[in-house]
Design a protein around this ligand. Structure first.
Ligand code: NAD
Length: 474
């Protein structure tokens, strides 16, 4: 164990946790534990929530002006940017995402804090409507529960709007990526954000559940699996606690018959299996017209053949391990199901022969897949793509929409107007044309089992705001 023990971040400093139980933090490239974190218990969750409630007081954070809070968000972005090398180095060891891909996580976080800081300049916290004054107040103490695949970015999507509106927060990072949450808390303090506004409690699902259940938490912002999202939504429903959920996906790339396959090949890794397929918007279904089937499979195989799999700390590596043993085993289970149900492995389908340590898996292409097969229905969260043939455009849209999920998606065509017609028909929260990249100023989220509510853009501020109408007597 060579990293500092991380305990709680509460009242503006690191403090020992009450919980005796600890979870190991494992480097997925070496399979070695290099740190441990507390599995936060009832006493720990009580403390962080109390700290956030005290900081929320009228004389505290919610009493500051939007301008002051926006200025602090700008400073937080600056401090995070300055400390990004440290965050990147730590993150590589925690989640195994290659060092060349890691900056995206910090840059998206920095960009999000700046975006909401800028939004503060034009955000009207009070609006006069005739003899009524509409006041926009912070919703209160926010419980932020984040996953491991983009830990800084996905926390920022919740914390930045929450802080701008005057909320305080408890962050419960994923157990795999808890250590960099303490760097964020340090950065917030350095940026002048008062003690107690951001608190951190570590642990797994049990700690997350304690946060969801806590009566001192007024709202939950969650990113993670649809299974956990459903459990959280049930509890929030019973407590009438507002909740935003960003969940899983099984998004489709629709290759139209006029698509430029060079464009598809150039962007295939980023669109279909970013971060070893561990991104919720991964386009793990590739829908192709029968006549282009062989060319599209060849394009995918050739793009995946060029990936450099290995040590994520090396600047040469473009694909690291998956995050954990359980994730590797899950992928192997899905690949076995694909074979069993009659799909053909066109590439990969096994662990790399030359790597005997680490949770590595070959980028994998299945063809002869039908949309009803397990590999086409369920989120694998690994580097596995299914190529599915369609008869005509109508069939392509029907296949794309025949999914319990609706988060991302991409339409490939030489004709952007034609692509747009198809994009409008896809049941999804977001869709790209000839590529996919998330814009911080536009709402992001899912339909169906992919989530509830939206993050980012002006829309992402609303879940953290409570409206109060004050009627002046005429
Ligand atoms: P997960 O749902 O197991 O865990 C996510 C977070 O929730 C962790 O911090 C975990 O400790 C916590 N958690 C788990 N169960 C909980 C419960 N019952 N109550 C409270 N907290 C709980 O997911 P994971 O395996 O860490 O992440 C991968 C999943 O997240 C994938 O399914 C992926 O699609 C999804 N994801 C979605 C988005 C998005 O923006 N929609 C982004 C990244 C990941």
């Amino acid at each position: 164990m060579d990293a500092d023990l991380a305990d709680l971040f509460v009242d503006g400093r690191r403090q020992p946790a009450h919980a005796a139980d600890r979870l190991a933090v494992i480097d997925p490239a070496s399979e070695q534990a290099f740190a441990e974190i507390p599995a936060g218990d009832v006493a720990d969750v009580d403390r962080v929530v109390a700290s956030a409630r005290t900081a929320l007081a009228d004389a505290g954070w919610r009493g500051t002006s939007v301008g002051d809070r926006a200025a602090m968000l700008h400073r937080l972005a600056d401090v995070l940017e300055k400390r990004s090398p440290e965050i990147i180095e730590l993150s590589v060891r925690q989640n195994g995402i290659p060092v060349v891909s890691q900056p995206a996580n910090v840059q998206a976080a920095v960009g999000t804090y700046r975006y909401y800081a800028d939004l503060g300049a034009t955000w009207e916290v009070e609006e006069r409507r005739g003899s009524t004054l509409v006041c926009k107040e912070p919703i209160g103490v926010v419980g932020v529960i984040a996953p491991w695949n983009g830990p800084q970015a996905l926390a920022a999507w919740k914390l930045a709007p929450a802080f701008l509106s005057g909320c305080t927060a408890v962050l419960k990072p994923a157990p795999e990526t808890s250590l960099d949450a303490f760097l964020l808390a340090d950065a917030a303090l350095e940026a002048g954000i008062p003690p107690g506004v951001l608190n951190v409690v570590t642990g797994g699902s049990a700690t997350g559940a304690l946060l969801v259940d806590h009566p001192g938490v007024d709202k939950i912002g969650f990113t993670g699996s649809s299974a956990a999202g459903r459990l959280i939504a049930e509890k929030c429903g019973a407590a009438l606690k507002p909740v935003t959920l960003e969940l899983g996906g099984k998004s489709a790339s629709i290759i139209l018959d006029d698509a430029d396959l060079d464009v598809f090949e150039a962007t295939a890794v980023r669109v279909c299996i970013p971060n070893s397929g561990q991104v919720c918007t991964s386009n793990t279904r590739v829908l192709v017209p029968s006549r282009l089937h062989d060319d599209v499979v060849a394009a995918l195989v050739s793009a995946f053949d060029r990936m450099v799999i290995g040590d994520p700390a090396s600047a040469e590596t473009t694909m690291g391990p998956v995050v954990a043993q359980r994730q590797l085993e899950r992928i192997e289970g899905f690949v076995a199901a694909g074979r069993h149900e009659g799909a053909r492995v066109a590439r990969g389908g096994r662990r790399p022969a030359d790597l005997d340590r680490g949770f590595f898996y070959e980028p994998t292409v299945f063809d002869h897949v039908s949309n009803e097969m397990t590999i086409a229905r369920e989120e694998i969260f690994g580097p596995v793509v299914s190529v599915i043939e369609y008869a005509d455009e109508e069939d392509a849209v029907a296949l794309a929409n025949a999914s319990e999920y609706g988060l991302g998606g991409t339409v490939f065509s030489r004709d952007p107007d034609r692509a747009m017609v198809v994009a409008r028909r896809v049941e999804t929260g977001t869709v790209g044309i000839n590529g996919y990249s998330i814009a911080l100023d536009a709402p992001f989220g899912g339909v169906k089992s992919s989530g509830l509510g939206r993050e980012l853009g002006p829309e992402g501020l609303q879940p953290y705001v409570q409206h109060k109408s004050v009627y002046y007597a005429p």
